[in-house]
Design a binder for this molecule. Structure first.
Ligand code: HGY
Ligand code: MN
Ligand code: MN
Length: 412
């Protein structure tokens, strides 16, 4: 039987993306939307409204993961999931995550408009938070869905706990009820901007993700001795910020030392105490991000950083406490789901390339409990996590169309 041609309402999607971007704690074009903030709450309400308008059954779990379900003919079968996140780091853009949420919704609506009736239910997931901004760990809510984190010890920099944040945001229920049973989904797909330059550079409209790089993040507290910037003489100093500066450069050189472009190291957070121009820093807090597509290489970089910290602290007479926030394995995407995406792209005459995701995503953890893969679309200049992040309507439409077709295939 000839399959009905699917139509993506890209004008409607772009308008929804623009409305969603307006729920922000930063002036446009920047988007800041940290989980459990007022703007996050408003954004959630908006997206749930769109899901209900599409006739989807909406539920939320104890930490705010949101599920919008289109019941299939055989609702007892494991569903097919798709989705992404709507939280955004400070001073970010309008497309990271949101393209996968609104693209997944539009894929479902396009299937509905075509008269398709899924055998397996199709469920759109809006993960409560993919970004590490609030609690210092990325993907806390999909980690919990995958049963890899119980969430009871999570808190923000000021010590306010997940428990306090989620309760204030109106999410109740046992944290233990968040983990999904393995086999809950028969497949999972995430549409996302590439957050890198390859697709645009090669003029290829789609990326089929075969693996997701292994992320790790550390927190470090460097304790030296403070004092008067004028009176404390250089030979007597144990300056915590100078020690931190050496550690930051050691992170960079450890990442470069593998000689492989897949190894990256970043220190994106540096808090200096007391933070006065005429006071020698006594304490510094660093947050370190280290990734690689190869686990052993990534762990080799972590070991080099640990050695550098020991050297700096001995030489400078400071103490350094390091906490490993996460050190995850890479994800191999499911070959069956990968081939389904490749097949659909080809059937639509859309070029694609298989590739690794250097950014982490909720799919990294969904792949632990379901056959999963990702579909990338190009973003201008490969830019992301910046206000000038941009994905063209035709790119988003192509991604949503291939996602819709893949969902049709997997849910049939
Ligand atoms: O950092 C990441 O890889 C993701 O964009 N949060
Ligand atoms: Mn992001
Ligand atoms: Mn993202």
């Amino acid at each position: 039987m000839e399959k009905t041609k699917l139509e993506i309402d890209i004008d409607g999607m772009m308008a929804e993306l623009e409305t969603l971007a307006g729920f922000s704690d930063a002036p446009a074009p920047a988007v800041t939307r940290v989980v459990f903030s007022e703007q996050d709450r408003r954004a959630r309400e908006y997206v749930k409204g769109l899901c209900r308008a599409a006739g989807l059954l909406v539920r939320e779990d104890a930490v705010g993961n949101t599920f919008a379900r289109w019941d299939g003919v055989a609702p007892e079968l494991p569903a097919i999931g798709t989705g992404s996140h709507i939280d955004a780091i400070p001073n970010a853009g309008a497309y990271d995550g949101t393209v996968g949420v609104l693209g997944g919704l539009e894929a479902i609506r396009a299937l509905q408009r075509s008269g398709f009736r899924p055998r397996r239910s199709i469920e759109l997931i809006v993960f409560s938070a993919e970004e590490p901004t609030r609690f210092g760990i990325g993907c806390f809510s999909s980690r919990m869905l995958a049963g890899l984190l119980d969430g009871s010890t999570l808190g923000d920099k000021d010590g306010k706990t997940l428990e306090e944040w989620r309760t204030a945001a109106g999410f109740h229920g046992e944290l233990s009820g968040v983990a999904l049973p393995s086999g809950h989904y028969a497949g999972f797909l995430e549409l996302h901007i590439e957050q890198g330059p390859l697709l645009e550079r090669e003029g290829i409209p789609l990326g089929v993700v075969t693996a997701i790089a292994a992320p790790a993040s550390l927190r470090m507290w460097i304790e030296g001795e403070g004092g008067h910037a004028g009176a404390l003489l250089m030979p007597d100093r144990r300056d915590a910020f100078c020690a931190a500066a050496e550690i930051v450069l050691a992170v960079e050189s450890a990442a470069r030392s593998t000689g492989v472009v897949d190894t990256v190291g970043t220190v994106g957070v540096c808090d200096v105490f007391p933070g006065a121009v005429n006071s020698v820093p006594s304490r510094v807090r660093l947050e370190v991000d280290v990734r690689d597509t190869d686990l052993a290489r990534r762990d080799g970089v972590l070991a080099k950083i640990e050695q550098a910290v020991a050297d700096v602290s001995a030489r400078r007479g400071v103490t350094v406490r390091t906490e490993v926030v996460n050190a995850d394995c890479p994800a191999a995407c499911d070959p069956g789901v990968v081939e389904a995406l490749a097949r659909v792209a080809t059937a639509h005459g859309l070029a694609y390339r298989k590739m690794v995701s250097r950014a982490y995503h909720d799919t990294l953890f969904m792949s632990r409990i379901a056959p999963a893969a990702m579909l990338f679309i190009p973003c201008r200049g490969g830019v992301s996590h910046r206000p000038d992040e941009y994905a063209a309507p035709e790119a988003i439409a192509a991604g949503a169309l291939v996602l819709a077709e893949a969902l049709r295939e997997l849910a049939s």
